[in-house]
Write a protein that binds this ligand. Structure first.
Ligand code: PA5
Length: 430
């Protein structure tokens, strides 16, 4: 099986060998601290061995429930915010043909407070066959609570309270929270988010797995990819270790004033994957006045909007380019006798080949413009490799957070706006 690799050729002028060696020593120590579970936030490390130590019974139940949902629902409304939806959305959109119909299409809700979105969704869904998967670890988050209340009412008035029990699935804490209480009272089927797994590290739990399985993707392959990444990392050090190396490079560049990382993809279906990456790194590292600001672009699309800034604007960026080596499908550019558009010189070539050339040309131009580029080569985009890639980013993020000397597993800043909002809305106690 081919592996994920890092390519350093576009970093030469920015990362010296001695700097890399030194930072790799720190990264090795950080990785050890993680493995020994002796660092900050060590009560949130359940994701580390998850590809091996997951609840096998629940995993099988997820597959059965996905089949059940497929048998009676055209749509599954997945309600959740932050870590409770970004992973599933990332995987589904990365792997799905956007023009093909699934047995059951997953629609996301409860990730904003838009009345417009909810009103339009209710209008759309009320005559359709649908189910709901509400996901909230705390069970008290306002956005999903509002969406669930509204959509549950629609579902119950369409199917009745009894049938609603066959169509509402709750993913939440094993014991605590308003959602758990409601699920127990109403008799909804539940899935568990373990205490020691934070939202942004939860894609390989029922949080991500149920919606992904409902869309028809192979969650065994997803877990296998994550497992193989976990094993590979355990058995390597130095530049051989992709997580330690990536974390080291990010921190070397950060220490040189490159404090914005752009995750660059050349496939539009990776847009939501970038959102998942941004949450993972932003929420893990952005604290105590520190942290690399994670941003993202899709090329070549954004070369026609952000390209100018990246090439020529303030020099505080570095790019992490996600290259998919082999496309799932491809298409050839046809030859045309008249050649009015002047592109016969590339006829007979595939569109992906042109995309790869765009990647090389852009990396060369940006490096010349003093934007360091690190390439992540992913052999293919399928369940196996996306599982691999997600585990890679999770582990690298944790190591990188320790290198920054922050706790990568808490998110105290997320609470601030909530308190103000509750105060403004007149909630008791605020
Ligand atoms: O990563 C996190 O911890 C957060 O983004 C949460 O996932 C998000 O705030 C939603 O929380 P909950 O699942 O408790 O509703």
């Amino acid at each position: 099986m081919k592996k994920l690799t890092l390519e350093y050729s576009y970093l030469k002028n920015h990362v010296r060998n001695d700097e890399m060696e030194q930072m790799l020593c720190f990264a090795k120590n950080a990785a050890q601290t993680l493995q020994e579970e002796s660092g900050a936030g060590n009560d949130f490390l359940g994701w580390q061995n998850l590809p091996q130590n997951y609840d096998k019974k629940e995993f099988e139940r997820i597959k059965q429930v996905a089949k059940k949902i497929n048998s009676h629902s055209e749509y599954l409304i997945t309600i959740g915010i932050g870590g409770s939806y970004l992973g599933a959305k990332a995987v589904i959109e990365a792997l799905k043909n956007p023009f093909a119909k699934s047995k059951t299409t997953v629609i996301f809700a409860g990730n904003s407070i838009s009345g417009v979105y909810l009103a339009q969704l209710v209008e759309f869904i009320k005559e359709k066959e649908f189910s709901i998967n509400v996901i909230s670890k705390s069970g008290t988050t306002t956005e999903p609570a509002i969406a669930f209340r509204i959509l549950r009412e629609v579902l119950e008035s369409r199917y009745g309270k009894e049938e609603a029990k066959n169509r509402i699935f709750v993913t939440t804490d094993a014991k605590r929270g308003a959602l758990k209480k409601l699920a127990d009272e109403e008799g909804y089927e539940t899935f568990v988010i373990a205490d020691n797994i934070g939202g942004r590290y939860s894609v390989l739990t029922a949080v991500g797995l149920l919606p992904i399985a409902v869309e028809g993707f192979d969650i065994d392959r997803l877990m296998q990819g994550a497992f193989d990444c976990m094993e590979e990392i355990k058995n390597t050090t130095g530049t051989e270790n992709i997580c330690q190396s990536y974390a080291a490079i990010r921190n070397i560049l950060y220490n040189k004033g490159k404090n914005i990382e752009l995750l660059v993809s050349y496939e539009p279906n990776l847009q939501s994957f970038s959102e998942w990456y941004k949450q993972l790194f932003g929420e893990s590292e952005g604290k105590d006045g520190k942290g690399i600001f994670p941003a993202s672009v899709i090329f070549s699309t954004d070369l026609h909007s952000m390209g100018q800034y990246i090439q020529d604007g303030r020099r505080m960026l570095f790019e992490t380019v996600l290259r998919i080596e082999k496309p799932g499908v491809d298409i050839e550019i046809p030859y045309m006798e008249d050649d009015i558009d002047g592109i016969n010189y590339i006829s007979g070539k595939t569109v992906d080949l042109i995309n790869q050339k765009a990647l090389e040309a852009t990396a060369m131009a940006h490096v010349k413009g003093n934007v360091p580029n690190l390439l992540i080569n992913l052999p293919e985009l399928n369940e196996y490799y996306i599982g691999y890639l997600m585990y890679f980013f999770e582990k690298a993020c944790a190591i990188s957070g320790y290198l920054l000397v922050v706790n990568p597993f808490n998110q105290p800043g997320v609470e601030e706006y909530k308190k103000n909002m509750f105060h403004l809305l007149g909630k008791e106690g605020y």
